[in-house]
Design a protein around this ligand. Structure first.
Ligand code: FUL
Length: 684
């Protein structure tokens, strides 16, 4: 079985947890409420958007998780440029970069003194290169902060699972935290699939992620060498995982947690009044995978803007991954979207519509905390200490303005004081509530579904546990961009197009051309039973048009028959196997095909039913459903536990047949039954 936890669960121990003791200061007259950030956490909050760089041998082998047996000679970027990567990050307004110095396959991008499985045995700069140094120096030159990812799981190391590896791991951490200048963050990933090369043993090894790596020692090394660096791990280090790799923080996403064990749900929402300051970091890749793959495209700027609202807008930081290609550069199309995304944010913040406004409040604590400070970026308005049951603050604009974004911030050094707040606007017939949410904390961007026009805006503190202390109030109009339609096909081959904005009309084509206003208007599902390409755009009534979304489908399952298990019809909602044994599925495609591969969509699984996605696969193809021969493919679904994106398995050579037999030996760690949403074939 795979090992349990995705990221390390590090429980207990007050050292370095942030919280009341570290770095808190109470402004005169206002006592902090509950947990507050440490100085290093407060500095981390201010970064808001920064980047990941996933780059290693996987870039050259087209994998997400290397097995650990890859030759160091495979690492050979043809035109590596640390400057280009840093410039790409700057083009997107990212303020720091975290590099995968060592991913799960164990290959080190720096010439570690403790292993031969590193860049020193690669052709890059004839073994004299050091990617960690090049990127650290480029970041320093261009004013970006730098951080490292050092995978605890190491599928290459012969001693993995034993004490000697833990010493090796700590030694590597010493190298990275002493030789590359100041680090702002050190990233500890808890993913562990169990099996690996392990110096040739090629076996499954189990460790207890909570104890094996000696987290107290890890913390001591980082604090000693990099006292200002925050540590990321599942739980109870400085920064927590947001619980998904899709770019969404919860609403609310409290920066505090309690001491109960980490779960994805808790990572996503945090815990109101939890006594550990442990804010969420939202990690997501600009492409489907974390590493570069030729057939993946970047997210659009409009989509990145949505992720920005759903992470930074909820008080989380956004860690956006870039995947350098085999040259060792961020692809041009990704840079284009990063630039366009930054331009959208610049446009969003170009005009703060509160200019010239006057502010009144239910009370103010003292002249130091006057109502007008609500609009300040550096000072705060504070209500009187007793004014917490029905505090409010009102902003009167010189003239009516149209906006759909309201920005608010608490002074987090005084804790998370506000529980629930509402936004009202004044209309001819009185006050009208337009939004209500929980949690402001470091920052809150309230995005209204449609812009509103008014000259008076009020924030009502519906529930506050301590008197509100608020600043950075702003009103903005989101640039008129809309996301391209989402394209989905069901098992019967019917394609549905969905626009994120309900006011948008969708135009589409199925002949490969770019849709225009003269193309068919989407009104109902379109049939693509035998596959094909569909392209679509969303268009708002005033003329704003989205980018083009495009999907290419293979033969649908409309005429397939499930031979095994017979119990569920092929149109069933989900495949869910038996407990504790491999799940075998046999499908009759009803015609023979030249099969190039298969696809599997994991979907969401129900942990309460002990379901988990398959950790790996074996596939056979047959002409008659009786004679199967040898498997045409077998392997693992890397990272499927955390990332439920579509999995594509390509066969080494085309296989002709009408029957597909899929054996899914076991689910990911922590579950008993294999379950998945859908299955497809690749014929083109
Ligand atoms: C996961 C890893 O398994 C992925 O490969 C990636 O590094 C992601 C950021 O974290 O747990």
């Amino acid at each position: 079985m795979f090992h349990l936890s995705r990221r390390q669960v590090v429980l207990g121990g007050a050292a370095g947890l942030g919280g009341l003791a570290e770095g808190a200061f109470a402004a005169a007259g206002v006592q902090p409420y509950g947990a507050v950030p440490s100085a290093r956490q407060a500095a981390w909050h201010r970064l808001e958007t920064y980047g990941f760089v996933h780059f290693t041998i996987n870039t050259f082998t087209d994998r997400e998780w290397g097995y650990g047996d890859e030759s160091a000679s495979l690492f050979n970027p043809s035109d590596f440029s640390a400057n280009q990567i840093v410039e790409a990050a700057q083009a997107g307004g990212l303020k720091a970069l975290i590099l995968t110095a060592k991913h799960h396959d164990g290959f080190c991008l720096w010439p570690s003194a403790y292993t031969e499985h590193s860049i020193k045995n690669s052709p890059y700069k004839a073994g004299k290169g050091d990617i960690v140094r090049e990127l650290a120096e480029a970041c320093a030159r261009k004013g970006l902060r730098f951080g490292t990812y050092l995978s605890p799981w190491d599928r290459n190391h012969a001693e993995y699972g034993r004490d000697a590896y833990v010493r090796y791991y700590h030694n590597q951490l010493e190298e990275l935290t002493t030789q590359y200048g100041p680090l702002f963050e050190v990233w500890f990933d808890g993913a562990n699939g169990g099996d690996g090369y392990y110096g040739g043993a090629r076996e499954r090894r189990r460790i207890d992620g909570a104890t094996y790596y000696q987290w107290d020692r890890v913390r001591e090394i980082v604090r000693r060498n990099q006292p200002q660096a925050v540590m990321f791990a599942d739980a109870h280090m400085d920064i927590r995982w947001v619980g998904n790799e899709e770019g969404h923080a919860g609403d609310p996403c409290w920066p505090t947690v309690d001491a109960t064990p980490f779960t994805k749900a808790k990572g996503n929402s945090g815990t109101r009044n939890g006594d550990i300051w442990n804010p969420a970091e939202t990690d997501v890749s600009i492409r489907r995978g974390w590493f570069w793959h030729a057939d993946e495209a970047p997210r659009s700027a409009a989509n990145l803007l949505r992720l920005y609202f759903e992470s930074v807008g909820r008080g989380s930081n956004l860690l956006l991954n870039m995947a350098p290609d085999r040259r060792g550069r961020v692809p041009d199309e990704d840079v284009r979207e990063l630039k366009a995304w930054k331009a959208l944010r610049d446009q969003l913040y170009a005009v703060n519509l509160v200019k010239g406004a006057t502010v009144t409040a239910s009370s103010h604590l003292s002249s130091q905390y006057k109502a007008a400070n609500l609009l300040s970026d550096t000072a705060y308005w504070a209500a009187k200490v007793k004014d917490r049951i029905s505090a409010w603050v009102e902003v009167k604009l010189p003239t009516a303005q149209t906006f759909d974004v309201i920005r608010l911030a608490e002074d987090i050094n005084l804790g998370v004081r506000v529980d629930t707040f509402a936004i009202d606007i004044f209309k001819a017939d009185g006050w009208q509530q337009v939004a209500q949410h929980q949690c402001i904390a470091y920052k809150r961007l309230v995005l209204l579904p449609t812009p509103v026009t008014t000259d008076r805006v009020r924030v009502r503190f519906v529930k506050a546990d301590a008197s509100p202390v608020i600043g950075q109030f702003g009103l903005f109009l989101k640039p008129a961009v809309i996301e391209a339609p989402e394209i989905r096909r069901d098992r019967s081959g019917m394609v549905t197009l969905l626009a994120a904005n309900p006011k948008a009309a969708i135009y589409f084509t199925t002949d490969g051309s770019i849709p225009a206003a003269s193309s068919p208007l989407y009104t109902h599902a379109v049939s693509l039973v035998d596959g094909g390409v569909i392209k679509a755009v969303a268009r708002l009534p005033e003329g704003t048009v989205s980018e083009v979304s495009s999907a290419s489908f293979d033969v649908s399952s409309a005429s397939w028959r499930l031979v095994k298990p017979e119990a569920i019809p092929f149109s069933g909602a989900k495949f869910s196997g038996p407990s504790g044994v491999p799940y075998e599925v046999i499908i009759d495609l009803s015609h023979p095909y030249d099969l190039l591969g298969i696809t599997l969509s994991p979907g969401e699984t129900n942990p309460l039913l002990s379901e988990g996605p398959p950790a790996g696969y074996q596939i056979w193809i047959s002409a008659d459903g009786k004679d199967w021969g040898a498997p045409v493919a077998e392997g693992e679904f890397s990272n499927i536990a955390n990332n439920r994106a579509l999995q594509t398995v390509r066969f080494k050579a085309p296989a002709k047949g009408r029957f597909v037999r899929l054996v899914l030996p076991h689910p990911v760690a922590g579950s008993q039954k294999v379950a998945f949403k859908d299955f497809g074939i690749v014929t083109r």
